[in-house]
Design a protein around this ligand. Sequence first.
Ligand code: LRH
Ligand code: MN
Ligand code: MN
Length: 393
Amino acid sequence: MTATDIRRTAGDISALADFGIEVPSWAYGNSGTRFKVFATAGVPRDPYEKIEDAAQVHRVTGAAPRVSLHIPWDRVDDFGKLAAYAADQGVSLGAINSNVFQDDDYKLGSLTNADPKIRAKAVAHHVECVDVMRATGSKDLKLWLPDGTNYAGQDSIRARQDRLADSLQKIYAELDDDHRLLIEYKFFEPYFYTTDIPDWGTSLLHCLALGEKAQVVLDTGHHAPGTNIEFIVAQLIRQGRLGAFDFNSRFYADDDLIVGSADPFQLFRIMHEIVRAGAHLPDSRVNFMLDQCHNIEPKIPGQIRSIMNVQEATAKALLVDGDALEAAQQSGDVLGAHAVLMDGYNTDVRPLLAELRESQGREADPIGAFARSGYLERIEHERVGGNQASWGA
Ligand code: LRH
Ligand code: MN
Ligand code: MN
């Protein structure tokens, strides 16, 4: 998208009609920390019920058309059948997330392990995930690597990077032409003396070595407090390597609370970089995903709120007057440029979003629409014995 195109869209939020946000299957199950997992009535008992819940979020928002799966949490016998069920529910299956953090064999690392047999096992898990993608029609394989070390001298930092590069190459070689390998980074947890992919630079270096189908995932919760995330967004866009977001905010143990809940301005600043670059448009292929759990709040409304927060931040970013901003920036008008940005942020976009939903035949208020649907009461009654669907499953 050129600067002229961006100017034409200023003041117009219609681009939001095609702006989809992917929801995670694990948001609907019980979750918590290693200290406590809270139980909630009516949580899904299997991946089918997770998809049914996710479909409710799309029904009332019109903005959550895909569901990410986590393997093995969402393993089923027939993934084609699961994809068909999703289609019946009005959604599709999105990114396939691998999991190398719940197996004793991976105590000293998975793709980085010094033992070639364990590395081969971790690579084979990703090959299984690629097979799942072929069955579901998913295009993105998402890898978060928990590997790292606890003690100085425990393992060679460089050798671990070499082993990782080698394992990643083997996984990359399995991808189909239209597949992508999305590599996530996280600066902490669980190992924290060294983390093997702690930052966007490390992720990007591996992506550059692999090829164009490898792109970086930016999980908003995976940074040190005070990090300027929008700078990272801008830099990855420049390199054509921003593959996806995991949206959340980092105020509960791991990182997984409702995005934009404590710092909506940060979310706006991120979406401003996205909109300025045209990366919100479907052909940019940036996958905007939520990676969240809802521990003390109701889960489906928690997801709906999250979708609304992303929509509000994006709408405000779309309202920033690109012409005025560029003119102020070019002329060195520091306060003028800042004021243009703040005008976008300070606009109440809720009526515009309500109008958009009504124009799509939906209720203006998605939270109210869900509450009135009776869905929550039904699942609380019908689903007995729902499982912990993420950590420790
Ligand atoms: C790791 C992470 C990663 C996992 C998800 C459950 O903290 O962000 O994306 O797959 O949480
Ligand atoms: Mn994540
Ligand atoms: Mn995380």
